[in-house]
Design a protein around this ligand. Structure first.
Ligand SMILES: CC(C)(COP(=O)(O)OP(=O)(O)OC[C@H]1O[C@@H](n2cnc3c(N)ncnc32)[C@H](O)[C@@H]1OP(=O)(O)O)[C@@H](O)C(=O)NCCC(=O)NCCS
Length: 148
C-alpha cells in the first residue's frame, strides 16, 4: 500500500485516501460511461478495493468532484482507468490535474510504464506525455467471449 497523496488548490483537495470515496456517486458516474455501462455497485467496489483510487473533493463540504483509479503492481507497470470528472466541473483542469499527480507519483516510485485506453479524450493525456501505441504490438483478449 503506497502512502496517501494529498494536494490542494482553489478550495479543492486531491487525495488517494480510499476512505474518502463516495462509492454511490462514483458507481453512478462510471456505470453510465461508454466503457462500463451497467457495471454493478459490487463490481465497482471490488475494482476500487483492488486498485489505487484517487478523488478530487470540494474542501467546503467534502463533495466528490472527480475520480480515477490505477491498477498497478506498484513496481513496473500501471494502468489508468475509470477517469471521470463531474459534468458540471469539466473544462477547469481537474482531469489534467488528477492524471498529472498520478503520473508524477508513479514516476517517483520508479515505475516504467503507464498506459490507458481512450475513445476520445486524447487531448487530456497527450500534454502529459502519453503517446499512441503501436496497435500491431498490443493484444487483448475478451475473457468472457473467449472462454464462454
Ligand atoms: C475526459 C474528462 C475526464 C476530462 O476532464 P476535464 O476536467 O474536463 O479535463 P481538463 O479540464 O483537464 O482538460 C484538459 C484538456 O483536454 C481537453 N478535453 C477534456 N475532455 C475532452 C474530451 N472528452 N475530448 C477531447 N478533449 C477533451 C480539454 O479541452 C483540455 O484541452 P485544452 O487544455 O487544450 O483546453 C471529462 O471530460 C470526463 O469525465 N468525461 C467523461 C468520462 C470520460 O470520457 N473519461 C475519460 C475516459 S479515457
Amino acid at each position: 500500500m503506497s502512502p496517501v497523496l494529498q494536494e490542494r488548490r482553489d478550495g479543492l483537495l486531491l487525495s488517494t485516501d480510499p476512505g474518502l470515496i463516495d462509492h454511490e456517486l462514483v458507481h453512478g458516474w462510471i456505470s453510465g460511461t461508454y466503457w462500463a455501462t451497467g457495471r454493478s455497485a459490487e463490481t465497482m467496489r471490488r475494482a476500487i478495493a483492488g486498485s489505487e483510487p484517487v478523488g478530487v473533493y470540494r474542501e467546503a463540504d467534502g463533495r466528490q468532484l472527480a475520480f480515477a483509479r490505477v491498477v498497478t503492481d506498484g513496481v513496473v507497470f500501471a494502468y489508468l482507468c475509470d477517469v471521470f470528472v463531474d459534468p458540471e466541473c469539466r473544462g477547469r483542469g481537474l482531469g489534467g490535474w488528477l492524471v498529472r499527480v498520478l503520473r508524477d507519483d508513479l514516476a517517483r516510485r520508479g515505475l516504467k510504464r503507464f498506459v490507458l485506453v481512450t475513445r476520445d479524450a486524447h487531448r487530456v493525456y497527450a500534454p502529459l506525455g502519453f503517446e499512441p501505441v503501436d496497435a500491431g504490438r498490443w493484444m487483448e483478449c475478451d475473457l468472457q467471449a473467449a472462454t464462454g
